[in-house]
Design a binder for this molecule. Structure first.
Ligand SMILES: Cc1ncc(COP(=O)(O)O)c(C=O)c1O
Length: 413
């Protein structure tokens, strides 16, 4: 995995050069587009600091990145400059982080993990309908009880039933007997096509689904399935803390992956990344988007080019080496908290490559949870777990304070 670290000057040059290749609403004869630069009452143009602020300048110039630019179809040439930067970002995510073969993928910057996940499931539903003449009731989305709610949301939107399998309480690993029973029932009741959503880290636990164990059941029965990896949480950490991981395009079973730039990458909200193998985007081509050169293949339609620019800038400000160091530092801090919890005898769940710790709720008082904004597993009834997420803003003194107070309250249990 490699991409270079660039200094601020080089990053600035690259983005301003890209912007200069876009059509400019201020200086060109743009009559036909329903878009323009940001309102000058609120966003002043020509402020001296803007010449050193490529992201803000892009935000103000307001290029529309509508569509999917890795496809070989016609494009909205008017914003070609910054769309090329997005293509380079997608290349790094697909080829360097997710190990896709050169040019063997498509992708775009989505509004977030939710959109990227829905896009994937929309593609597979249509794939099974178009290629296998599947009927809606013959398709099922398969995922664990710990899966992010964007997946049931997608199931609801797309009119597809879910097969939700249990995980073991303490290890968060697939309950394979439960999955096997549910799969047998689904087959018995006429399901023929399965879309498996596997977590490259769940939101609450940081747990990672065992791809081999889960797919072996489907392989054994020789049923049709497609795999989407939800790496919205783990996608920008796990490949850097566990280089030899099984959740890349090297695994021929994996067809698409979603990542989120607005978590550990510290990009602004609106920076999801959707990646899929070549020749799948066509299943969601909205041909009615006749006025968009190259049609639309995305869920969102118009989207700001500034988000893609920002993620490209962050990625290059660190370089692959710097990012690996940064993610391993987060992991190191997480591991130190785990050691302290062990010493106190506090029970928790932690995947060794992820910066989340889910602590059994019996050790956490409501006051402590409130004071440190700990997130609980459910607001319905009594929570069983509280989680800590070791994000870049978490200072050592906050961790120390938390552990001190936890230590005091554990003594009274
Ligand atoms: C595993 C997982 N998938 C999907 C999402 C949804 O991402 P977003 O909120 O960016 O839409 C999240 C968000 O926390 C997540 O953790």
């Amino acid at each position: 995995m490699y991409w270079p670290k660039l200094n601020t000057q080089k990053i600035k040059l690259k983005i301003f050069e890209a912007l200069s290749k876009n059509a400019n609403y201020r200086s060109e004869n743009i009559l036909g587009l329903p878009g323009t630069f940001l309102d000058t009452e609120v966003f002043y143009d020509g402020e001296p600091f803007l010449k050193d602020a490529p992201f803000l300048s892009t935000l103000i110039a307001n290029p529309n990145h509508i569509g999917c630019h890795t496809l070989e179809t016609d494009h909205e040439e008017i914003f070609n400059g910054t769309q090329e930067i997005e293509k380079d970002l997608i290349r790094i995510c697909a080829e360097e982080i997710c190990k896709a073969e050169r040019h063997e993928y498509d992708g775009y910057v989505a509004s977030g993990g939710t959109e990227a996940n829905i896009e994937a499931l929309w593609i597979y539903r249509n794939f099974f309908q178009q290629e296998k003449s599947a009927r809606l009731h013959e398709i099922a989305f398969v995922y664990s009880q710990d899966t992010h709610y964007s997946i049931p949301k997608a199931a609801n939107l797309l009119g597809i039933e879910s097969l939700v399998f249990n995980v073991h309480e303490n290890t968060r690993e697939v309950d394979i007997v439960d999955l096997e029973n549910k799969l047998n029932d689904a087959l018995f009741y006429g399901k023929k096509y399965f879309v498996l959503v596997l977590n490259l880290s769940t939101t609450m636990f940081g747990s990672v689904d065992d791809i081999g164990k889960i797919t072996s059941l489907f392989k054994l029965r020789q049923v049709n399935y497609k795999i989407h990896v939800d790496a919205a949480f783990g996608g920008f950490i796990y490949p850097f803390t566990n280089a030899d991981n099984a959740y890349t395009f090297l695994n021929q079973d994996i067809c698409s992956i979603s990542l989120d730039g607005h978590k550990m990458m510290q990009a602004p909200y609106g920076t999801g990344v959707f990646l899929i193998r070549k020749n799948y985007m066509k299943y969601v081509c909205t041909e009615e988007a006749a006025y968009v050169p190259g049609m639309d293949y995305t869920l969102c339609g118009s989207r700001s080019g500034a988000n893609a620019i920002c993620l490209w800038m962050i990625i290059h400000a660190h370089g692959s080496v710097g990012w690996t160091v940064k993610m391993n530092e987060l992991l190191q801090k997480t591991n130190e908290v785990c050691k302290a919890l062990d010493a106190m005898g506090v029970k928790y769940y932690h995947n060794p490559f992820v910066n989340i710790i889910a602590i059994k709720s019996r050790y956490i008082t409501k006051d402590l949870a409130k004071q440190f904004y700990l997130v609980l597993d459910t607001h319905e009834g009594e929570p069983k777990w509280y989680k800590i997420v070791m994000m870049p803003h978490v200072k050592q003194e906050v961790i120390d304070d938390f552990l001190l107070q936890l230590g005091e309250s554990v003594k009274t249990i």
